[in-house]
Design a protein around this ligand. Sequence first.
Ligand code: S3P
Length: 752
Amino acid sequence: MSEHAFPTAAATQRKEPGVGRLVVVGLGLIGGSFAKGVRERGLCREVVGVDLDPHTRELAVAQGVVDRCEEDLAVACRGAQVIQLAVPILAMEKLLGVLAGLALGDAVITDVGSSKGYVLQAARRAFAGRPLNFVPGHPIAGSERSGVAAADSELFLHHKVILTPVQESEPQALALVDGLWRGLGAVVERMAVERHDEVLAATSHLPHLLAFGLVDSLAKRNENLEIFRYAAGGFRDFTRIAGSDPVMWRDIFLANREAVLRTLDVFRSDLDALRAAVDAGDGHQLLGVFTRARVAREHFSKILARRAYVDAMHDNDLIYLALPGGHARGHIRVPGDKSISHRSIMLGSLAEGTTEVEGFLEGEDALATIQAFRDMGVVIEGPHHGRVTVHGVGLHGLKAPPGPLYLGNSGTSMRLLSGLLAAQPFDTVLTGDASLSKRPMNRVAKPLREMGAEIEAGPEGRPPLTIKGGRRLTGMHYQMPMASAQVKSCLLLAGLYAGGETSVSEPAPTRDHTERMLRGFGYPVKVEGSKVTVESGHKLQATQIEVPADISSATFFLVAATIAEDSELLLEHVGINPTRTGSIEILKLMGADITLENPREVGGEPVADIRVRSARLQGIEIPLDLVPLAIDEFPVLFVAAACAEGRTVLRGAEELRVKESDRIQVMADGLRALGVKAEPTPDGIAIEGGPIGGGEIYSHGDHRIAMSFSIASLRASAPIRIHDCANVATSFPNFIALAKHVGIRVDEEGVS
Ligand code: S3P
């Protein structure tokens, strides 16, 4: 387990404290906890407490919260280096007035008040014309308990503390206060005063007002409180905070009046809209609000869960431990196709009527697409066990999103959406995670600009993308320089809006789901050899979509059952669109035993059950024409190559260098770490089959790298530890469960 990022009590006690005398004024829960924590960790030479209540002063000394207490503020502040104000917010003004009359020398004043604008104004009024060295602060921590008796030196551990530096905050003073909070284990963030007050008004003050208000409203109409006997968990959860300290909350509302009123007014108009929807029997409107709220709430729970996880582990490296000796037997269905899932939401949203989707991939990438369309006003129910209902708004029904569209790790979402958004009447900003932010977007921005779009990208054409609305696009013919289904699809989506015809030619066949699905939605698409053409002026009609299992996910198991001894797997209902089956053909050329059973067509896509048995593989030269048809499957095909007899050579695959990671380099590094001979080239790799050892692998946050090395364990002589696996959830959320189910010995480290 890694070291704490902040000094532990033992570590800091050995060092000479960086701060001389700290004075804490107000020894309640927050002031007392601050004093106690600083004292226990030896962050200051002396901690002096000030409180009006003699009993509190006595208790604070007796319980080791402070070194000594003073009744008189002037005496306490003599020689102070830092003065922490932790009195109730409405008492700040008077306290600051007294402090302004004292000779404080260079002392730094800081505070813990929950409305920064109020305290700042009070300080400026009190110190008018006199020097003020002030660092406003606010710890986001608390407890149902109060008073010095509840002081807890760990109260701020891993909690956020917001500092709102102002012109009166000298840099050294800021660093000093920042250091004290970090010394207590807090996560310090900086914010402007106004932003702090807005954020707190929305996330803390408004909910308290609603909880107090709702309980009172119900209670005063039901004097004997009989009604609460029927209240269930929902009421209890919603109103828990109505049990908070009334005086403190009265003061907070008086102090943060402006910001609270602004957020309350916005909420009142949203509440009125809900009222109107109930009144009008507008279920669609209600569903829109509830589905968006549910997703936002789930997102919030995930943030909290991740924080708990980070707290426990001190970093967020999810590690897979894959042990040798497994096999792959049985029958499974891997999750739905990622490409088709994305498109089902995009086209379903633009269609007229309600589209029902089955088999939807509930991975983070496809969920990012759902969220983007929800942000643009589309009501989308689910996903629930792979079922999604999209209430289409028509080609011209999208609304401006309230903020940037965050697309996580998903290149497909960003590239396809950019085509669609270039033609909308509103502006949009597209952002993503660290990996997506490094991926090239000029491949879509450049041709879109030629069609008349206005798109700004970051340096070297990287995200974020800022797309200006209200542009008239003109259809054109585009000869793609690379074989990319994302670029093709992006331009076809723009073509739904562009004047005249838009056509795209590809240098080699790429997945054709966009073309097939547009037709499935009743939109005419012309395909002539390698050229695809659409024309604006038609409509999409809602339809039913059954998403087949993703061949990209299935390929991990095709390789698993091939390389492991005594293995046989049946993979059910896998999409075998000929633009996607390169991995099956490559594996067969290497000698794999793969048969397609029960081939059928479902919703315009060919589907089959795939049987695979253990086989001895031979190294091959991978035919160039198969490269775009297996583009996502190469990481695990490299594992197959490492298990084959002889040399496997891949060329013409430079696109692999700009996927979620540089898949040529990252796979070469990983294979070499396991003792496999792998030579990367600019556009491919040469791999010499041979024994596979154990070792540490870095997936660089790339889901397919993480899963590939999990499969490699089937032929490894020692355990493989794979770092940075959280992104497996982007495309294959139940990978570990399915892998274990068939007999592969892989799990999250520390789980079993
Ligand atoms: C995809 C196209 C491919 C593929 C990606 C999904 C799509 O990308 O790698 O995972 O859904 O259109 P490129 O178009 O960049 O090859």
